[in-house]
Design a protein around this ligand. Structure first.
Ligand code: FPP
Ligand code: MG
Length: 333
């Protein structure tokens, strides 16, 4: 089964899609694709077949998302906790991933035609080396595409991602690229694996489980969360429409909450800059208090210098990550 599934909506689906598109449509939807094994049991097929049908459903869902003008999708394909499953199941999922990323490389032309950029978010070093190399090759092959984005979370948990982001900031301080006082919520967001994406507008979990299972905890604090009882391999266009309607019903309050959060972040940053300037003036101003206008000017200047530092640090981080991927990709057979 291909990553890009061709096919048209039928008349009633097309009409419904057009009605939905008259309202606010999420720009980024995240899926916890849960229920593959229960589906396999229900259909009396083996577990691996359940996961394989789960992948087929992903390809179909991506097509529906494009047809609904949703340009970005993030999926939870393999959690770090999934390594605790039986050896046979973990090996089966690794084999499925190998097969699909190989297929992705075969489909480069099709992905280019549709402008699909595929990213993999997670700790690749936890995976078998041949899969790491294959993933890197696939990511490098599509990284210039920019019409739609699929983020595959693989060997991922949110806490691992946040701990890694904190380590990256510590590295930046160690290298003298940033100061410890530059560490902020906004900077941590930029150090996450997901830093190239806007936060998801809508997060959907299938199979009736009502929890996030360490998925995108940082990114979904102002997202619409929808829990649906359908098993992932049985997901339908109508389930997706239902979730989008729930997003539309909550759209105004989500936007308001995001706005308030952004205002709060700006206020916190200004407060932090003021504190740094006060300390600098204290050390360099012979203890004399600076007057209002001089202090304002110093805060504005300090803000510009901090932004320049952070920009250089983020560029160094991007280069570090890019060269890790490029090097891995070049080792792929
Ligand atoms: C959750 O169902 C599903 C997974 C742990 C694997 C999801 C993987 C895919 C859909 C394939 C994606 C592959 C690529 C390469 C993108 P479950 O196993 O927890 O089932 P259960 O909840 O019924 O036990
Ligand atoms: Mg499950």
């Amino acid at each position: 089964m291909s990553w890009i599934r061709e096919g048209e909506l039928n008349l009633i689906e097309r009409l419904s899609a057009n009605v939905l598109k008259a309202g606010p449509v999420p720009k980024h939807v995240a899926f916890i694709m849960d229920g593959n094994r229960r589906f396999a049991r229900k259909k009396h097929v083996d577990r691996q077949e359940g996961h394989s049908q789960g992948f087929n459903k992903l390809a179909e869902t991506l097509r529906w998302c494009l047809q609904l003008d949703i340009p970005e999708v993030t999926v939870y394909a393999f959690s770090i906790e999934n390594f605790n499953r039986s050896r046979e199941e973990v090996d089966g999922l690794m084999e499925l991933a190998k097969l699909k990323f190989l297929r992705l490389l075969d489909e480069r032309d099709k992905l280019e035609k549709h402008g699909v950029c595929i990213r993999v978010l997670g700790d690749l070093t936890l995976l078998p080396l041949d899969l790491q190399q294959l993933i890197a090759k696939a990511v490098v092959a599509t990284r210039e595409h920019n019409r739609c984005f699929l983020n595959v979370c693989f060997a991922y948990t949110s806490r691992h991602e946040m701990a890694n982001a904190v380590r990256e900031m510590a590295w930046g301080v160690e290298q003298g690229l940033i100061k410890a006082s530059d560490v902020s919520e906004a900077l941590l967001s930029e150090c996450l694996y997901s830093s190239n994406s806007p936060n998801p507008d809508l997060l959907i979990r299938t199979s009736g489980e009502v929890r996030l299972s360490d998925f995108l905890l940082w990114q979904t604090s102002h997202s619409c969360l929808v829990f649906q009882s359908v098993l992932w391999p049985e997901y339908s266009f109508w389930n997706l429409c239902d979730a989008v309607i729930q997003y539309q019903c909550n759209h105004a309050s989500i936007m308001k909450a995001r706005e308030l959060h952004q205002d709060e972040q700006r206020r916190q940053q200004l407060e932090a800059d003021h504190a740094c300037v006060a300390e600098l003036l204290h050390h360099h101003g012979n203890g004399k208090p600076a007057d209002g206008p001089r202090r304002q000017e110093a805060v504005a200047e300090y803000g510009l210098r901090r932004e320049a530092r952070v920009k250089d640090f983020l560029e160094a981080l991007r280069n570090k990550r890019d060269s890790f991927l490029t090097q891995l990709a070049s080792q792929a057979t």
